[in-house]
Ligand binder design. Structure first.
Ligand code: DX5
Ligand code: ZN
Length: 227
C-alpha cells in the first residue's frame, strides 16, 4: 500500500487570503492541495476557475521551494475545455466525474496529453462500470463520501464498500493508481476509509476548520498509523 497522502481542500480555506492559507497548510504537512472546482451547473455551488489556480501555483511549494501537487477536482459539465485550462494553469492532477463528460475516454486522453495525471470521480450512487474501460489509462480514482457541492457534510458510509471494490480492481490491474476519498473525512473516521483501501485523503473542514493545521493533519496521519 503506497504511503498515505493528505490533501487539504481549499474549499474550506479563507478565500480572502488563499495564498497564505495554501502556504500555511503546506508548512503544516499537506502532501497535495485539493482544488474543488464547481460551476453551479454540475453541482449547486460556484467556486473558482483556472486563473485562481494560476495565481496559487507559485504558492504551492514547500519551504525549500519544492512544488506541491495541485489536485484539481472538476465538478463541472462539460469537462474538456476547463480541464485543458487547468492543465495550462499549473494543475498536476485533474479528476472529473464521468457522468459530466460525453466521451470519457477522450476526456482522459485530453488530460493526459496536456501533461497532467488523470482521475475519475465517483459520486455516492454512481456505478463503477466505466472504470473497466479506462483503468489502464488513469492515475487516480476519487471516491466521493459526500454528495458533491459543499464542504462540512457528513461521511456517507456506503463509500466504504465502494472503496473496497475499487481497491480490488486497482490491485487486479497491477497499476500504481491512487485511491482517494473525498468528503466528511475526520480523525474519527479516516481509519475506516484506510482499512477499506483508500491511500489518499481529502479533508477540508477537518483541517481548515481547526485552529492548528499541523495538529489537525498530524491527527489524521496518526489515525491511519502513519507518522
Ligand atoms: C465536495 C468536495 C470535497 C469537500 C471536502 O464537493 O469535493 O472536497 O470540499 O470538504 P470536507 O472535508 O469538509 O467534507
Ligand atoms: Zn473534492
Amino acid at each position: 500500500m503506497p504511503a498515505c497522502l493528505i490533501a487539504p481542500s481549499i474549499l474550506s480555506a479563507d478565500f480572502a487570503c488563499l495564498g497564505q492559507e495554501v502556504r500555511a497548510v503546506i508548512d503544516a504537512g499537506a502532501d497535495w492541495i485539493h482544488f474543488d472546482v464547481m460551476d453551479q451547473h454540475y453541482v449547486p455551488n460556484l467556486t473558482f476557475g483556472p486563473m485562481v489556480c494560476q495565481a496559487l501555483r507559485p504558492h504551492c511549494v514547500t519551504a525549500s521551494g519544492q512544488p506541491v501537487p495541485i489536485d484539481v477536482h472538476l465538478m463541472v459539465e462539460p469537462v474538456d475545455a476547463l480541464a485543458a485550462a487547468f492543465a495550462q494553469a499549473g494543475a498536476n492532477l485533474i479528476s472529473f466525474h464521468p457522468d459530466a463528460s460525453t466521451h470519457v475516454h477522450r476526456s482522459v486522453q485530453g488530460i493526459r496529453s496536456a501533461g497532467c495525471k488523470v482521475g475519475l470521480v465517483f459520486n455516492p450512487a454512481a456505478p463503477l462500470e466505466v472504470l473497466d474501460w479506462v483503468i489502464d489509462d488513469i492515475d487516480l480514482v476519487l471516491i466521493m463520501s459526500v454528495n458533491p457541492g459543499f464542504g462540512g457534510q457528513g461521511f456517507i458510509d456506503s463509500a466504504l464498500r465502494k472503496i473496497e471494490v475499487v481497491r480490488g480492481r486497482i490491485t487486479a490491474s497491477g497499476k500504481p493508481i491512487r485511491l482517494e476519498v473525498d468528503g466528511g473525512i475526520k480523525a474519527d473516521n479516516i481509519r475506516r476509509a484506510f482499512d477499506a483501501g483508500a491511500d489518499t485523503f481529502v479533508a477540508g473542514s477537518a483541517i481548515f476548520g481547526a485552529p492548528d493545521y499541523a495538529l489537525a493533519i498530524a491527527d489524521l496521519r496518526r489515525a491511519v498509523g502513519a507518522a
